[in-house]
Design a protein around this ligand. Sequence first.
Ligand SMILES: [Zn+2]
Length: 196
Amino acid sequence: MPDETVSGSGWSAAKKVAEQVSHHWWAVSGRRVLSLVVLSRAPYWYVGHYWRSRMDRCRGVGCEACAAGCGKQVRYVFCAAERSTRRVGLLEVGEYVAETIHALEGRHNGLQYMCIEMAKHTTANRSRMEVTYLDEDPGSAFLDLVPSDPAGALKRTWEAMDKERGVRPAKLAPIGPGKPANAAPTGLAKPPKWKP
Ligand SMILES: [Zn+2]
């Protein structure tokens, strides 16, 4: 049996794989309003630092950001498709926005296939993100979309970031099997309460 995640024939299969390996990240800026259908059943989360002008994961023991006294925060990643194009992407948000999405989940009876709109409150760069619930049925066109893998996408992003900064892999705490990014965070006053 050929491994169809590596090679195959046909446009639609290729497109699905392309969406998986390219890991598009949704960003809201300026006056853009993102209209999305959430594909995740539950968010993926990790503990991170806003460190050297970027969001990076906490490396646990020996973490440079921790040693410098940089505060930890829980980050949430959702997979969502754009309603107009059906393009699949990932959305990373902080605790405040995640809690808003969590609160809306009750209205929809679950996170998956919930329609939301995301926009900045004002056009200022650091303006807070607003989430609006759309009481709509996304339709059957979204049911066959394959969600992106947040863990894989984050790993690639972090590895690329380390390469850019010249961090040698030997210095890093292992990621992946044996050390899941979803391990319970330590040193946080309020651990995430999200029930999948
Ligand atoms: Zn840390």
